[in-house]
Design a protein around this ligand. Structure first.
Ligand code: ATP
Ligand SMILES: Nc1nc2c(ncn2[C@@H]2O[C@H](COP(=O)(O)O)[C@@H](O)[C@H]2O)c(=O)[nH]1
Length: 216
C-alpha cells in the first residue's frame, strides 16, 4: 500500500432503469479522481456508447477467454448477455489508494464482496420510487426495444430482492436529492478510520510534538 488513503470499491446496483448509471456519471463529474470500472460485455452497443469508455464490447469467445485467463474480478450473465469487471485496473487503483466506481448487478456485487478486496467495498443499492416509475424511466430512456424493456421489467424483482445485502440503500425519487445523499455517503466513508492508514503516523507526530511541549 503506497498511499495515505485506502481506495474504496464503490458499487452501485439497482434494477434496470432505476438510475444507477445516471448517478454514477454525476459522481464521476463531481470527483475526477474516481476511476470508473469499464466492464466487458457481450451486449451490443447502444446509440452513443463508445467502446472502451462505456463498455469493452466483445463477443462470447472473447469474453470467455478473459474469464479463463483469470482477468475478471467478477462476471455474470445478466439479461442474456455476459458482463464482467476486468480486475487489472481495479487492483492498480487500489494499490495507488484511488477509488473505483462499479455499475454491476447483484451477482457482481456479491462476488466483489467475497473477493480478496472485500475490505475495500462500499455497496449502495438504488431503488426506484415505484414500479410504474421504473417502467416509465426504461421507456423514456428510449434506447431499448419493447421486448428488451419487458424482459428487464420481468427481472426487476430478482434484482430488487437483494436490496438488503448492501451497505446503503437510496430511493431514487428526486435525482438531485439522491445525488446529494450519494455524495454524503462517499464523503463519510472516505473518512472512516480504516480508510486512513496514514493517520497512525500523523498521530505519532502529534504525540512527539505533545511530548516535546511537556518537556520544555
Ligand atoms: N431520479 C430520477 N428521476 C427521473 N428520471 C431519472 C432519475 N434517475 C434516472 N432517471 C432517468 O431514468 C432513465 C434510466 O436511468 P439509468 O440509465 O441511469 O438507469 P440504470 O439503473 O443505469 O439502468 P440499466 O441498469 O439498464 O443500465 C434515464 O433516462 C435517466 O435519465
Ligand atoms: N455483474 C456485472 N453486471 C454488470 C456489469 N456491467 C454492467 N452490469 C449490469 O448489467 C445490467 C445491464 O446493464 P446495461 O448497461 O445493459 O443496461 C445492469 O444491472 C448493470 O449494472 C459487470 O461488469 N458485471
Amino acid at each position: 500500500m503506497s498511499a495515505d488513503r485506502r481506495g474504496l470499491l464503490i458499487i452501485l446496483s439497482s434494477p434496470s432503469g432505476a438510475g444507477k448509471t445516471t448517478l454514477a456519471r454525476r459522481l464521476m463529474e463531481w470527483d475526477e479522481s474516481l476511476s470508473f470500472s469499464v466492464s466487458a460485455t457481450t451486449r451490443a452497443p447502444r446509440a452513443g456508447e463508445e467502446d472502451g469508455v462505456h463498455y469493452h464490447f466483445t463477443d462470447e469467445a472473447g469474453f470467455k477467454g478473459m474469464v479463463s485467463a483469470g482477468e475478471m474480478l467478477e462476471h455474470a450473465l445478466v439479461f442474456g448477455n455476459y458482463y464482467g469487471s476486468p480486475s487489472g485496473p481495479v487492483r492498480d487503483a487500489i494499490e495507488e489508494g484511488r477509488d473505483v466506481l462499479f455499475d454491476v448487478d447483484w451477482q457482481g456485487a456479491q462476488q466483489i464482496a467475497n473477493s480478496s478486496l472485500q475490505d475495500h467495498v462500499l455497496s449502495i443499492f438504488v431503488l426506484p420510487p415505484s414500479i410504474a416509475e421504473l417502467r416509465r424511466r426504461l421507456i423514456s430512456r428510449g434506447q431499448d426495444s419493447d421486448e428488451i424493456i419487458a424482459g428487464r421489467m420481468k427481472k426487476s424483482w430478482d434484482e430488487i430482492s437483494h436490496w438488503d445485502g448492501y451497505d446503503y440503500v437510496l430511493v431514487n425519487d428526486d435525482l438531485d436529492t439522491s445525488f446529494e445523499r450519494l455524495k454524503t455517503i462517499v464523503s463519510a466513508e472516505r473518512l472512516r478510520l480504516k480508510q486512513q492508514p496514514g493517520l497512525t503516523d500523523f498521530v505519532r507526530g502529534l504525540q512527539a510534538e505533545f511530548n516535546d511541549e511537556e518537556q520544555s
